[in-house]
Design a protein around this ligand. Structure first.
Ligand SMILES: Cc1cc2nc3c(=O)[nH]c(=O)nc-3n(C[C@H](O)[C@H](O)[C@H](O)COP(=O)(O)OP(=O)(O)OC[C@H]3O[C@@H](n4cnc5c(N)ncnc54)[C@H](O)[C@@H]3O)c2cc1C
Length: 456
């Protein structure tokens, strides 16, 4: 007879690991099924041996001071480092220091949750007073910010969701950004230790293909490296990304549910959006941008203290570089339309487009750039069958659908993951962890179903 499990968690990203750790610490036996050969999901840190430094392929920043992350770091004596430095902007060939966030803030502060929901582009149509050139420029930067930060289509993202996200950020100092020392890998290590100490069983290379369920019992079909396997459990926590829940049946990574999920759950899955991003981190022989004099700056100031570089570039509009330690890395961020154009292309194409963008923005010759370029790090999250996009956002008219996505089905199927966050913080690691904790408590509160096999 197959062993019957009390709780099975599908997915070992931030949400799945946090939930499993919480359940295990309360004495619940837990098994995790993870499709990839690694844990961490969209937290994916690699090591650059030349610089002995962490390079992120997925999440990089801690946005503000969310307790879900800060408490973990504090307990493990890790001190997050604040991102400091100057913001620079490129506009019509002029490279200057800028107050990017206050220009964008001028527009975003006009967002409101009153009135019918509409898209950010519709909101811009009649927002913010008498049109003048400065206002038009601020609107253009704000559009870039909304599509960049949220990886969102500004014609689809809902104003109500954006408003909610801003309010949520304010509560945790979300305008400040931090790095985890050692990268997000350090957080994955902490979560891994917690599940190991709690006796959680972890199966990697376990791709869940189908969940057949009835009240109090589920059968899970898994394809592994070897033969197919079947698991049964009383309760299943599903933490796979929204993109995977939206994937066409029978495509790799997709999960078939028998019977189908209820209509309200399928509607929530449809009404939330998965944002798109391609990020590429380039390593050069030196931080050449530090010595580039910028003729539009007073005293030909250089970019020595640059943190972020914003532009309206068609391919890679946003860039950033670590100010401390001053490593020869610079990261390009291609959201939404640019990500759509880059996804599925070869690594060589992505690197070439990113180098071309730097050439356009910084005015450094392509030959010189090529001479200084050493290597690049990137990952195509859109074409990764186990993420199918970067992170979620709320579509116009989709207010409240995160709650429906999070809601358990018949005390048997439970849901967590960044897309289930109802507070507007979805798309972050801390929202994923919070959702894992929330789901763990729902599972602990759920009454065991009489007659369900394996009930203790
Ligand atoms: C490029 C990029 C940059 C980002 N930057 C930041 C940032 O700076 N700060 C921040 O806070 N957040 C950032 N995020 C978002 C953050 O990474 C996510 O919100 C968070 O990690 C999601 O955690 P999760 O547990 O919800 O999902 P995931 O981490 O995606 O975990 C889900 C797990 O389910 C597994 N899975 C999928 N399908 C199956 C299946 N069929 N069977 C079994 N297992 C399956 C996956 O392999 C994965 O391990 C970024 C994301 C990306 C892609």
């Amino acid at each position: 007879m197959r062993p019957h499990h009390d709780v099975i968690v599908i997915g070992a990203g931030a949400a799945g690991l946090a939930a499993a750790a919480e359940l295990a610490s309360a004495g619940h036996p837990v098994t995790i099924l993870e499709a990839r050969d690694r844990i961490g999901g969209r937290m994916f840190t690699v090591h650059d041996s030349k610089c002995d430094a962490a390079v992120e392929l997925g999440a990089e920043f801690v946005h503000g001071r969310p307790p879900e992350i800060w408490n973990l770091l504090q307990r493990h004596k890790l001190k997050a480092k604040e991102v400091t430095g100057d913001c620079w902007c490129v506009e019509e060939g002029r490279v200057t220091t800028c107050d990017f966030f206050s220009d964008v803030g001028r527009i975003l502060r006009k967002l409101s949750d009153r009135g019918p929901d509409r898209s950010f582009l519709q909101f811009l149509d009649d927002c913010c007073g008498k049109p003048d050139q400065r206002l038009e420029e601020a609107k253009k930067w704000a559009t870039g910010y909304v599509s960049g930060f949220n990886a969102a289509d500004p014609g689809l993202v809902g104003v109500r969701w954006l408003w909610k996200a801003m309010r949520a950020e304010e509560k945790i100092d979300g305008d400040r950004m931090f790095h985890v020392p050692g990268g997000y890998a350090a957080l994955v290590d902490i979560l891994h230790r917690q599940i190991t100490d709690g006796g959680v069983t972890l199966h990697k290379n376990a791709v869940v293909e189908a969940v057949s369920w009835r009240k109090g019992n589920a059968t899970i079909n898994v394809r592994g490296k070897g033969a197919a396997r079947t698991f049964t459990a009383s309760r299943v926590l599903i933490t796979v990304p929204l993109g995977v829940l939206q994937a066409r049946a029978a495509s790799q990574g997709a999960i078939r549910f028998h019977p189908e999920l209820p209509g309200w759950k399928r509607r929530a899955i449809r009404n939330l959006m998965m944002g798109k991003v391609i990020r590429v981190t380039l390593r050069f022989g030196e931080r050449f941008w530090e010595s580039l004099p910028q003729k539009h700056e007073k005293n030909s100031r250089t970019m020595g203290r640059m943190s972020f570089l914003f532009s309206h570039d068609d391919w890679f509009p946003t860039w950033w570089t670590p100010a401390c330690p001053r490593l020869p890395f610079i990261t390009g961020w291609a959201p939404f339309r640019s990500a759509e154009r880059l996804s599925g292309k070869s690594n060589a194409f992505v690197i070439d487009q990113s180098l071309k963008a730097l050439h356009r923005l910084l005015g450094i010759s392509r030959r010189e750039l090529a001479g200084k370029f050493e290597r690049a790090y990137s990952h195509d999250w859109q074409n990764d069958p186990f993420s199918r996009g970067a992170y979620s956002y709320g579509k116009v008219g989709g207010d409240g659908e995160e709650r429906a996505l999070a809601k358990p089905v018949m005390g048997t199927l439970f849901f967590a993951g960044e897309a289930t966050d109802p507070s507007g913080q979805n798309g972050t690691v801390h929202a994923a962890i919070a959702s894992g904790h929330r789901a763990a408590h729902e599972i602990m509160k759920a009454k065991p179903t009489p007659g369900g096999p394996g009930q203790r």
